[in-house]
Design a protein around this ligand. Structure first.
Ligand code: B12
Ligand code: SF4
Length: 264
């Protein structure tokens, strides 16, 4: 197997397909909006930003395009994952990658909840990628051919990276997600969020959020942005600061927009 830490390693990142029966596919709304799927794969764009940046990335979202044999022929390593309604698709991506002799890295909510089901993957990177991807990379340095990485530690959102929004085509989606915080101070009995992300609302700084918005803006995105937090108002003091920053940033953009219109 190739030394994966070499410059130019080709990393195929695959967003697995959601079950066709999911209410959340909004099939008709996508048709009206001219999009192929509602939400962009934020988890995997974040994973791409956490992996070695000297790697070459190709992100294929099987909800919007076909995953071809040539994608696997191109790849040195395959990364995939997702939530429960993507499980069957994740299994078939693992099998297909192995057919092409590619090592497979699996992560995300479902593999983290039931890792026993994903033992056929070569590397199981569980929980928050900000904590466990560095453990995986460390193991690659030791030339490990497989491994399972998990931690009780929660990610420090103030150190969070900007997702690799440049790896998708915006027109394929109705919305692009941004995550401001993880965790929730409440304890609703039906909800497992505090088990997964803890009772402390861990927030990014206003500067980080503006940086993410500006990155999307600079990449030409002008569409709907979805804040995908467990509980956006979980830390009331911080949320006021971030909303003020977003309001000021948006105002500047609107003024710039009006100014450009006047010039035309
Ligand atoms: C937003 C959201 C939605 C939105 C998505 C809209 C959008 N614009 O994206 C909507 C409302 C549609 C939705 C729906 C559902 N959701 Co939802 N959702 C979320 C939420 C709150 C945020 C997801 C997100 O973007 N996170 C931000 C990214 C950065 O995190 P991430 O994807 O987890 O990725 C990180 C790690 O998991 C890891 N990682 C992820 N993938 C991979 C891959 C590799 C290779 C590696 C190494 C690491 C890795 O690294 C990333 C960085 O840390 C999460 C809870 C949460 N806090 O994550 C629940 C969550 C993902 N949803 C969940 C569920 C159950 C659902 C539904 C099935 C609910 C239902 N009954 O219908 C549906 C299914 C949707 C469908 N299409 O079929 C569960 C999944 C549990 C599981 N075991 O699979 C979660 C965890 C909430 C919970 N209560 O437990 N959801
Ligand atoms: S995330 Fe929502 S449902 Fe879950 S504990 Fe917090 S407030 Fe309750």
């Amino acid at each position: 197997m190739k030394n994966l830490l070499e410059k130019g390693t080709k990393c195929l990142i695959v967003q697995s397909e959601f079950s066709a029966y999911s209410f959340w596919n909004y099939v008709d709304i996508c048709k009206i909006a001219g999009a192929k799927y509602p939400a962009a794969p934020l988890g995997l764009m974040t994973v791409a930003a956490l992996l070695p940046q000297q790697w070459e990335f190709k992100l294929i979202d099987t909800n919007v395009e076909l995953l071809l044999n040539e994608h696997f022929e191109w790849a040195d390593i395959v990364c995939t994952g997702g939530m429960l309604p993507q499980q069957q698709s994740i299994f078939s991506i693992i099998d297909k990658a192995h057919h092409y002799d590619c090592p497979v890295v699996v992560g995300g909510p479902d593999p983290s909840s039931q890792p026993n089901l994903y033992q056929s993957a070569d590397y199981l990177v569980l929980g928050e990628g900000e904590v466990t991807i560095p453990m995986f990379i460390q193991d690659l340095r030791k030339d490990s051919k497989s491994g399972e990485y998990k931690s009780e530690e929660k990610a420090d959102m103030m150190q969070a990276v900007v997702p690799r929004f440049d790896l998708i085509r915006f027109k394929d989606y109705i919305q692009v997600g941004i995550q401001y915080s993880r965790g929730c101070p409440y304890n609703c009995e039906f909800c497992d969020i505090i088990e997964l992300y803890g009772r402390k609302s861990r927030t990014k700084t206003p500067e980080q959020i503006i940086n993410e918005l500006q990155t999307l803006y600079d990449l030409g995105y002008r569409g709907h942005i979805d804040f995908v937090d467990d509980n956006f108002t979980g830390n009331k003091k911080n949320v006021r600061r971030v909303l003020t920053a977003i309001k000021d940033w948006s105002k500047k953009k609107i003024i710039l927009f009006i100014f450009r219109l006047k010039l035309q």
